[in-house]
Ligand binder design. Structure first.
Ligand SMILES: NC(=O)c1ccc[n+]([C@@H]2O[C@H](COP(=O)([O-])OP(=O)(O)OC[C@H]3O[C@@H](n4cnc5c(N)ncnc54)[C@H](O)[C@@H]3O)[C@@H](O)[C@H]2O)c1
Length: 255
C-alpha cells in the first residue's frame, strides 16, 4: 500500500464487522472521516442499516450488508458485494464478537456455547480474513485488524478470555501466512470502554475496579481506541505485523 499522508485513507476500502453500533460504528466513523470507503456489516440487519443511516447518506462511500461472520457463504457474498461496489477490499476490521453476560462463564458454560463463542470470536475473523485475502493481494496488499481484549491476558472472563487469547494467536499465525501477499495482521486489546453494550452489562462497581487496576485513572471511552486503529490501518505501521496492542490505560503490562 502506498501513500504519503499516514492517516489519509482516500484510496482505501475498509470492511468493519460487528458494526451495528458500539465500537464498530465508532471505528467506521473514524475511517469515513479519513476518506475511506466503508462496508459496514453485522448479523443484526436492522441494526447495521440504522448505523449506516447515522453515519452518512453518501452511498458512494458507505455500504451496509448483513452477514454472519461464521457463515462462509454469507462472508464471501459480502466481499463480492464490496468488490462490485468499491472495486475490492484493502482493510478488514474484525470487530464482531460475542461478549458479556453468559460468555464470561468458564466451566459453567455448556460445551455447545463454548463452541459457539469460539466460532464467532476466533473462526469468524479467520473466515473474514480468508475471504478478503485474494482481493487484498490483487490490490498489492492490505491490513487486517483483530479486535481483542485485555480479558485475553487477565483470564477473568471465562470463555470470552479464552476466545480473545486464541484470537491473539490467530493474529500471529495470519501475520505469518498472509505476509507473502503484502497483508499485515495486527490486533487491538482494549480494556473496559464505555460502549453501550458494556455499560448495559457491567456493574458500576466492576467498572470502578477496572479503572482502579489501570495506571491512568481514566474512564475508557470508545474514542480512546481510534488512534490505535488509524495507526494500524495506515502506512504509519508499515513495519508492524503480528502484534496485538493494548489500549487499556496500562491495565495489562508486559516486560
Ligand atoms: N466494550 C468494551 O469494554 C470492550 C473491551 C474489550 C474488547 N471489546 C471488543 O470490542 C468489540 C465490540 O464491542 P462493543 O462493546 O462495541 O459490543 P457490541 O455488542 O455493540 O458489538 C459487537 C457486535 O458484533 C455483532 N455480532 C455478534 N455476533 C456476530 C456474528 N456472528 N456475525 C456478525 N456480527 C456479529 C453484534 O450484533 C454486535 O453488533 C468486540 O470484539 C468486543 O469483544 C470491547
Amino acid at each position: 500500500m502506498t501513500g504519503t499522508v499516514p492517516q489519509d485513507l482516500h484510496d482505501r476500502t475498509a470492511v468493519v464487522t460487528g458494526a451495528a453500533g458500539g465500537i464498530g460504528e465508532v471505528y467506521a466513523a473514524a475511517l469515513l472521516a479519513r476518506g475511506a470507503r466503508v462496508v459496514l456489516t453485522d448479523v443484526d440487519e436492522p441494526g447495521v442499516r440504522a448505523a449506516a443511516a447515522r453515519l452518512t447518506s453518501d452511498a458512494s462511500r458507505l455500504l451496509a450488508v448483513a452477514a454472519d461472520v461464521t457463515d462462509e457463504e454469507s462472508v464471501r457474498a459480502l466481499v463480492a458485494q464490496a468488490t462490485t461496489t468499491f472495486g475490492g477490499v484493502d482493510v478488514l476490521v474484525n470487530n464482531a464478537a460475542l461478549h458479556l453476560g453468559e460468555w464470561s462463564a468458564g466451566v459453567a458454560l455448556p460445551a455447545a456455547r463454548w463452541r459457539r463463542i469460539l466460532d464467532v470470536n476466533v473462526v469468524g475473523p479467520l473466515v473474514c480474513a480468508t475471504a478478503c485475502r485474494a482481493s487484498m493481494a490483487a490490490r498489492g496488499g492490505g491490513v487486517v485488524v483483530n479486535q481483542s481484549s485485555s480479558a485475553a491476558y487477565l483470564a477473568a472472563a471465562g470463555a470470552y478470555s479464552v476466545s480473545k487469547a486464541a484470537l491473539n494467536g490467530l493474529t500471529a499465525v495470519l501475520a505469518r501466512e498472509l505476509a507473502p501477499d503484502g497483508i499485515r495482521v495486527n490486533g487491538i486489546a482494549p480494556g473496559f470502554v464505555a460502549s453501550p453494550a458494556a455499560v448495559a452489562h457491567v456493574l458500576p462497581a466492576n467498572r470502578d475496579r477496572a479503572v482502579a487496576a489501570q495506571l491512568l485513572p481514566v474512564d475508557g471511552q470508545m474514542s480512546h481506541l481510534v488512534g490505535a486503529l488509524l495507526y494500524l490501518v495506515s502506512d504509519a505501521s508499515a513495519f508492524v505485523t503480528g502484534q496485538t496492542i493494548s489500549v487499556d490505560g496500562g491495565a495489562v503490562r508486559r516486560a
